[in-house]
Design a protein around this ligand. Structure first.
Ligand SMILES: C[S@@+](CC[C@H](N)C(=O)[O-])C[C@H]1O[C@@H](n2cnc3c(N)ncnc32)[C@H](O)[C@@H]1O
Length: 275
């Protein structure tokens, strides 16, 4: 018997198979995975093929013949990039802090914030921590954060609210009381910010947007870069429709608003106010 007879061969993929998954990802989420990302598609999906005992990507394609098969969620979850961090791009949180103060000084009774590509919850929980700081001892303000993402494994991470040190980064001093480090070095988020956030699965490329708004601030950061310029414009237009006049929109540092919209660019990078 050959000494290699018990070695399981690597699942086979031809360029057409990998292009099939790139096309499916674009159709389902708008996320573009150009030819240079073929190795990434292979790397991210191959563990699932092994789990299913499939020897080739062609066999996985055949397994996915039904467009409504829940297995498609596994594909989408594997091919999204969920990198995030608490208080990432701190200038947006400083802007939000000032905006919340303005709203509360004007005696706002209802405050709604939305993190529209929330990954594992680091961004909406940072927004919730700011809300807690802004509310202070004030009572009678109905304040909440909506957090959505297309990836339901990211939403599971958000629900667990336990983070490795690399997701924490440098926290502002006022935020430190809400994240406690355990013996295993991971940080657990306090229930006070957790209570302010509602997580829902939502595809920004999907037809139906159930949220009605209006929102006082929307963060949609580091997701638009993966979309075509036409899809970016569509998503931003729909976000702007859900912003209150005076509400703020924050995009990722390399993302921008296209076309003419009722927005004024702020001095803070990639931040806009609804006019
Ligand atoms: C790099 S993370 C950004 C996380 C966070 N906003 C930040 O800036 O730290 C991008 C997120 O966009 C999500 N995403 C990708 N396509 C999406 C879509 N069509 N609808 C909603 N979320 C999507 C991914 O699942 C991922 O969690």
């Amino acid at each position: 018997m050959s000494p290699y007879s018990n070695v399981v061969p690597e699942p086979q993929a031809d360029p057409g198979d990998l292009a099939f998954f790139a096309d499916a990802m674009r159709a389902r989420t708008g996320v573009q995975l150009p030819d240079t990302k073929r190795a990434l598609i292979y790397r991210r999906l191959v563990p699932r093929l092994r789990e299913l005992g499939l020897g080739s990507f062609a066999a996985y394609r055949a397994r996915l013949a039904d467009q409504a098969d829940p297995e498609w969620d596994v594909v989408v979850n594997a091919l999204t990039t969920n990198h995030s961090r608490f208080f990432r791009e701190i200038h947006h949180f400083k802007l939000l802090d000032a905006h919340l103060e303005k709203l509360l000084n004007a005696r706002a009774k209802r405050i709604r914030l939305w993190s529209a590509a929330c990954a594992g919850g680091q961004e909406p929980y940072s927004m919730a921590i700011l809300l807690l700081r802004a509310l202070g001892l004030r009572r009678g303000v109905d304040a909440r954060v909506l957090a959505t993402d297309v990836d339901n494994t990211a939403l599971d991470t958000a629900a667990a609210a336990i983070y490795p040190p690399e997701d924490i980064g440098r926290l502002p001093r006022f935020a430190r009381q809400y994240l406690k480090q355990g013996a295993d070095k991971r940080f657990t988020l306090d229930e006070r910010p957790r209570k302010l956030v509602t997580f829902k699965r939502h595809n920004l490329i999907g037809g139906e947007w159930p949220m009605k708004g209006p929102f006082d601030a929307i963060f949609c950061r580091n997701m638009l870069i993966y979309l075509s310029t036409a899809d970016q414009a569509k998503v931003v237009r729909r976000l702007v429709d859900l912003l209150s006049p005076g509400g703020i929109l924050c995009l990722g540092h390399s993302e921008t608003v296209r076309g003419s919209l009722p927005l004024e660019r702020l001095d803070t990078a990639s931040a806009y106010v609804r006019i």
